[in-house]
Design a protein. Structure first.
Length: 153
């Protein structure tokens, strides 16, 4: 297995990574995904893709380095998904290891992520990977103001 970090403009983002990412984020269209990456890249968003030996993309991770008062510097995982057809084959473990290596090189004190409460299989995986449950995440949906672009641009 090979894991590659993909930069904006790389055609593999839409052609190979996005189909896997859509298993977790089905609302993403190619246009919306590219818009999010364009704006998010300036905020540190990056994507890594896991490939089998035959060149099939089987895993995707969106991540960024965040500086904050809680952990000082952490690698935050926005998205972590293994293709349904490749689950329980070590893809997720390899992606976590890849992200941990990025975090250590960047001097991070923590690797963190949020996971929906309904994703119990993912939670079992995260606990096996030695991630601890350390917080509750609270959210409130907001409607954009009438004159705002819903994409946030």
């Amino acid at each position: 297995m090979k894991i590659i970090d993909l930069e904006p403009g790389d055609p593999r983002l839409v052609g190979e990574l996005l189909p896997v990412l859509r298993e977790l984020r089905p609302h993403l269209t190619p246009e919306l995904f590219l818009d999010v990456y364009e704006h998010g890249h300036a905020q540190g968003l990056r994507f890594a893709a896991a490939y089998t030996e035959d060149g099939t993309c089987v895993g995707a991770a969106g991540w960024r380095i965040i500086h904050d008062t809680g952990s000082l510097r952490r690698l935050y995982v926005d998205d972590l998904v293994t293709a349904e057809s490749a689950r329980s084959t070590g893809v997720g473990h390899r992606l976590i290891a890849h992200l941990e290596a990025h975090a250590r090189r960047a001097g991070c004190h923590e690797l963190g992520l949020d996971s929906g409460t309904h994703r119990t299989g993912a939670h079992r995986f995260y606990l096996r990977e030695r991630l601890d449950i350390v917080a509750f995440h609270f959210a409130k949906a907001l409607e954009p103001e009438a004159d705002q672009d819903p994409s946030g641009a």
